[in-house]
Design a protein around this ligand. Structure first.
Ligand code: AR6
Length: 170
């Protein structure tokens, strides 16, 4: 697989120029804090109107909406697992978040998609392990599919950036 299909940037996902950005949502899909709050703020109130029609989302699954005031045409809302020490299937649920988001990107012919670190804030998933799962699932998916053409990992802090950098350079 060409290395250029995976990119790492540091910054705010709401400003990323991609066809789709992924939101770290909760089961209600009706907004919250963290990146979810930032995305709803930047997209504007029509996003919540569409989210109300979706009837929530199961943990590990993903649903798609428009991007409204964002540069991105689409938002893919995925619901990561809360970390309970690793005994509640957290790893496979997190892997499923990446896979189901990438499945939607493929279905909608999305060329570029940007991910934040799903579950690594309020949901307390260990950041290094989460980055490893994100990179593994993405590499697997890209090796088997033409779309999306490019996946951008968006690190919100310098520490997160370094953690992804190490894993991507391995
Ligand atoms: N751009 C990129 N990454 C960000 C941004 C941003 N603007 N803001 C935060 N992050 P979190 P979760 C990073 O808590 O753990 C919400 O209330 C942040 O540093 O947003 O999946 C939802 O409604 C962290 O690394 O999501 C749910 O209830 C990562 O994004 C719950 O939080 C995820 O942190 C979901 O928790």
């Amino acid at each position: 697989m060409k290395k250029e299909r995976i990119e790492l940037v540091k910054g705010d996902i709401t400003t990323i120029d991609a066809d789709a950005i992924v939101n770290a949502a909760n089961n209600s899909l009706l907004g919250g804090g963290g990146v979810d709050g930032a995305i709803h703020n930047a997209a504007g109130p029509d996003l919540l109107v569409e989210c109300r029609t979706l009837e929530g989302c199961e943990t590990g699954k993903s649903k798609i909406t428009g991007g409204y005031s964002l540069k991105a045409k689409y938002i893919i809302h995925t619901v990561g697992p809360v970390w309970y020490g690793g005994h509640r299937d957290e790893n496979s649920l997190l892997a499923s978040c990446y896979r189901t988001s990438l499945d939607l990107a493929k279905e909608y012919n999305i060329k570029t998609i940007a991910f934040p670190g799903i579950s690594t804030g309020a949901y307390r998933f260990p950041k290094n392990l989460a980055a490893q799962i994100a990179v593994n699932e993405t590499k697997k998916f890209l090796a088997e599919n033409k779309y999306p053409e490019k996946v951008i990992f968006v690190a919100f802090s310098g520490e997160d950036y370094q953690s992804y950098r190490k894993i991507l350079d391995q």
